[in-house]
Ligand binder design. Sequence first.
Ligand code: GLN
Length: 200
Amino acid sequence: MNGVPSPRASGEQITVGVLALQGDFEAHGAVLKRLGAEVREVRVPADLDRLDGLVIPGGESTTITLGIEREQLGDPLRAFHAAGKPIFGTCAGLIMLDRDHLGIIDVRAERNAFGRQVRSFEAPLELGLEGGPVEAIFIRAPWIAEHGPSVEILAEVEGHAVAAREGSVLVVAFHPELGDDDRVHALFLQSVSDARLTAA
Ligand code: GLN
């Protein structure tokens, strides 16, 4: 809960959407609310209206892909990104944003890269946040197998990239919504706040 100033501290109300087709969206909503953001669940394109940023949660990437196709959310999500609105993808959300899915971040995610069931684990991850490493929870996690030159790798596990940023897009292979360390969401909310100021 420390390290990054709360966006509320600057007196602005930030509204963040959480893609709620499947997966861990409620836990993300709880963290974002703790940090002072207004949260809206996103299921159809109109839900993206007037949001300042969006979280794509972990879950099952095939199911989320089918949901995005069913609701015709692909183009609206790419337009949201093109408008400069920050997007935060975690675990399956990282997969959704990659070259082979929404094409919003220039990485190729390798699904279940640490192994299917056995490789769920925790690892301290140095993300450069005040307060020291984040105890990151990996559940059938992907890693970033390839990335383009404009992608900044923020952390690795066993030599594999598990957190990255490209412009307004932040992705992590782990589950920052589990546990009580809100610093990664606070980092995202700071980028949402900054993007709003830039747009204003
Ligand atoms: N293994 C899942 C998938 O590929 C992602 C796991 C997760 O989001 N925890 O869809």
